[in-house]
Design a binder for this molecule. Structure first.
Ligand SMILES: [Zn+2]
Length: 88
């Protein structure tokens, strides 16, 4: 069986960013989205899990409930940073 490590927080942040993008008051280009994701991930704890098929989903759901508010807050803060200091 293939065993891999994955930082579940990455998936959660990217999904949340995608869902919130329309309400974020900043540039929506790919570069800025990745900057926002990077700032956000740096401000949140990494949550590595060992993935087996199917298992990741349930772990991700549990962590999503736990970190939903933190992720939202961090994304809003990161969007403001990117808006104030765009790299292009
Ligand atoms: Zn941009």
């Amino acid at each position: 069986m293939e065993i891999a490590f994955q930082n579940v927080m990455e998936t959660l942040v990217f999904n949340k960013l995608h869902n919130m993008l329309h309400i974020l008051d900043c540039c929506h280009c790919e570069k800025c989205q990745k900057d926002i994701a990077a700032y956000t991930l740096n401000s949140l704890p990494s949550k590595y899990v060992v993935t087996h098929q199917g298992e990741l989903y349930s772990r991700a759901e549990a962590l999503k409930l736990q970190y939903e508010t933190d992720i939202t807050t961090a994304l809003l803060r990161s969007a403001k940073i990117v808006k104030d200091h765009p790299r292009h």
